[in-house]
Write a protein that binds this ligand. Structure first.
Ligand SMILES: Nc1ncnc2c1ncn2[C@@H]1O[C@H](COP(=O)(O)OP(=O)(O)OP(=O)(O)O)[C@@H](O)[C@H]1O
Ligand SMILES: [Mg+2]
Length: 370
């Protein structure tokens, strides 16, 4: 899959930017603060409708403007156009000029993997970071996953509102509360099974890459669903979840919130059975995330029969030679890669030779080569 061109209007420090990209390597370079990461971010947002770094949608819109528009043409056997408009609170997406109402149908159209300096937060940060990551990956693979998760979140909100009402002694329809809980459980089953299958698949690839880089063959990713199931069969999940929610009903009413379910899941990175979050060195954590993301290239190839687009935000200045070479080894020659750097000297001559070079200054392209 290739992003042929992108046009952004009122995105961060770009009033308007049109960029045509090479089908292999593209290097965006320029001084700090010029807008290199903003370009990668606009590509990320075009694909996934949300940013990997902004906390709110309004951060993405150029100061003083009301909305931002991003358009791109994807080549994937046949070409198609993606378009996204964001206001401070709303989003709208189109495929080939036709509005798409289910965001999941849109997100699965463009597959990307980003490597960036804050990647370590995936290990060090909160469980919500890891859930967001897992959700974005699964949404790129399966439209059903995103659409089910979306349903789940809506049901969760309604259930929590009911718990608040019960807690405040307001009258509620008990029967409806039960139905709501059953609906929530059905969505949970799908989400749990998808997450488990995905992490299982990662564990078939990721430890080998970790070993290849470090020599250590005791790396694995561990899924921690918020309820421990003896097995991940549909019926087991259903009955366990019913049991746990029943047993904890009083507690949930007291705390006015649903305490169990996919919204409380987590996963961990383990080296020799120790959690890398508390135990790993910075280098081990970095290789762990690198291995995870490199495994995802293979996952996209397997599930989507497609090469994802790779975004590398300033990673060459941070990685040592060994990790740099390993990173490049797993990125095939026929993949589209978009790299940012402040200093072209950080990038090997043989990569530069074949690449399109784009020089950015103060939100403008000042030079394009090839
Ligand atoms: N909503 C916004 N409206 C206008 N300008 C913005 C907005 N958000 C960020 N900027 C500007 O974008 C610039 C930062 O761009 P970006 O992060 O892409 O820089 P960069 O080239 O990647 O820099 P570095 O090399 O330091 O990583 C800053 O000058 C910032 O003021
Ligand atoms: Mg940057």
């Amino acid at each position: 899959m290739i992003l042929k061109n992108i046009e952004v209007t009122n995105f961060r420090n770009y009033e308007n930017l049109k960029l045509t990209l090479n089908k292999n390597t593209n290097i965006i370079y320029g001084d700090n603060g010029g807008g290199k990461t903003n370009i990668l971010e606009s590509i990320f947002v075009l694909a996934l409708t949300k940013s990997h770094r902004a906390l709110s949608q309004s951060d993405l819109i150029t100061s003083g403007k009301e909305n931002t528009l991003i358009k791109g043409t994807i080549l994937n056997e046949i070409p198609y156009n993606l378009e996204l408009t964001l206001t401070k609170t709303k989003k709208q997406v189109k495929i080939d000029n036709n509005p798409v109402s289910k965001i999941g149908d849109y997100i699965s159209m463009m597959n990307i993997i980003i490597f960036y300096s804050n990647d370590l937060e995936l290990i060090r940060g909160l469980p919500s970071n890891r859930r967001k990551y897992l959700n974005l990956q699964l949404s790129q693979i399966s439209k059903n996953y995103y659409n089910t998760l979306n349903d789940y979140n809506k049901l969760l909100k309604i259930r929590n509102d009911y718990l608040k009402k019960i807690s405040n002694n307001e009258p509620i329809d008990e029967g409806y509360f039960e139905i709501l809980t059953d609906y929530l459980i059905e969505r949970s089953i799908f989400i749990y099974q998808m997450r488990e299958k995905y992490i299982e698949r990662l564990n078939k690839i990721c430890p080998d890459i970790y070993k290849d880089i470090t020599g250590n063959d005791n790396f694995k990713i561990k899924y921690l669903p918020s309820i421990t199931f003896e097995n991940m069969e549909k019926d087991t999940i259903r009955s366990e979840m019913k049991k746990v929610l029943n047993e904890n009903k009083e507690k949930e009413i007291k705390l006015k919130s649903t305490l169990f379910g996919p919204h409380r899941d987590d996963f961990e990175f383990h080296l020799e059975d120790n959690n890398l979050k508390n135990y790993g060195s910075q280098g081990q954590q970095r290789v762990a995330v690198l291995s995870l993301k490199l495994s995802e290239i293979q996952i996209f190839k397997d599930y989507k029969k497609n090469n994802p687009i790779i975004l590398l935000d300033d990673v060459f200045s941070e990685l040592d030679h060994v990790k740099k070479n390993n990173l490049l080894k797993y990125i095939d020659n026929d993949m589209q890669v978009i790299i940012t750097t402040t200093d072209l000297d950080n990038i090997d001559e043989n990569i530069k030779k074949k690449a399109k070079l784009i020089n950015i200054k103060h939100g403008k392209i000042v030079e394009e080569v090839k």
